[in-house]
Design a protein around this ligand. Sequence first.
Ligand SMILES: Cc1cc2nc3c(=O)[nH]c(=O)nc-3n(C[C@H](O)[C@H](O)[C@H](O)COP(=O)(O)OP(=O)(O)OC[C@H]3O[C@@H](n4cnc5c(N)ncnc54)[C@H](O)[C@@H]3O)c2cc1C
Length: 375
Amino acid sequence: MNSPVTIIGAGLGGLVLARVLHVHGIAATVHEADPSPTARTQGGMLDIHDYNGQLALDAADLIDEFHAIVLPGRQSMRVLDTDGTVLLDRADDGTGGRPEVQRGELRRILLDSLPAGTVRWGHRVADTRPLGEGRHEVTFADGGTLVTDLLVGADGAWSRVRPLLSTATPEYAGTSFVEIHLFDAETRHAAAAKAVGGGSMIAPSPGKEIFAHREDGDTLHTYVALTKPQDWFAAIDFTDAAAATARIAREFDGWAPELTALITDGDTAPVLRPHYALPNGHRWDRLPGVTLLGDAAHLTAPNGEGANLAMLDGAELGKAIAARPHDIEAALAEYEQAMFLRPTEDAAFEGAEIKGIDSADNTAHGLLDTITRTG
Ligand SMILES: Cc1cc2nc3c(=O)[nH]c(=O)nc-3n(C[C@H](O)[C@H](O)[C@H](O)COP(=O)(O)OP(=O)(O)OC[C@H]3O[C@@H](n4cnc5c(N)ncnc54)[C@H](O)[C@@H]3O)c2cc1C
């Protein structure tokens, strides 16, 4: 390679790739659209699995740093019926394989582990084009360009690199989350805090569910999942927080007040997050000098695996390049073959049989697979 590995996107997948390459002494640059590491909040908690995400952090030589940011007790798990009856209450004894961390903290340890200047902030890719013989030109929104021998699209759902390899585009997956935060839960939202417990809580029902996590700093993070067409959400004015909250809460009329409080007592305006997915089994023919990882390659509706898989992709690609630095095509072929075969859902997911849980409704943000794996 005559140029550093060019990675588009400083999400968890792109950063793990850059870090694993760095561990092996291979130069990379990461071009990120965000103007700075703090430009955007990084979302809530992620459970990092011992069979994928943790393997990636091990390859990145960051497992101690990871253990230092694990939030104790957050692997506890409750399942509630819509009337508040506790159907399952599992404590966190510290031995589970899915410790929870704040996504922002995980991103921070990855950023801190890279040489200064590795990430080029404010570098939004506008276009990419092949130049032949495995070389590609990348054009940025500010008009700047670069030419690279190895281009990796780690730029998420709406990847600007993917069109080089595939005509697939994400489609609405039928379900959306509405996210809400409740702060100072123990003192200001005691009933909701008790319902959630020390870790995660899910109250499932066909076509609608309330999930909540207890995040760092005594914050409850609610995810309301509703299986509705996009038109239904478009009719709600999310710029009017009170009206949007009332409309979403109406879907849960008759549910226990400690559950609906997770919607109506929000300290933040409700945020709509529609779920998109690439076609199942999305793949492409090998093209020299370019590949994809993470959501750019295999976006699914949230199922608790996406970030873990993006990190594993980054680690596996980094290791493949390090093993064959003089035969990049063989490295990319080996990486892609293994990635295409990797399930994008937790295999245990299909067996969910807790009362009231619709296992086909794949929106459980890692909670259903937690239940099935540990249940
Ligand atoms: C509500 C929700 C909850 C989720 N919960 C979980 C969970 O609990 N566990 C789990 O494992 N997964 C979860 N996921 C999935 C997970 O967030 C994704 O699978 C994961 O973030 C993918 O990582 P990535 O690095 O591939 O892409 P991303 O995290 O999307 O990162 C892509 C990066 O590329 C940058 N970028 C985009 N376009 C450009 C451009 N044109 N030029 C330059 N940079 C660009 C973006 O700014 C971003 O920094 C959840 C997803 C959602 C929506």
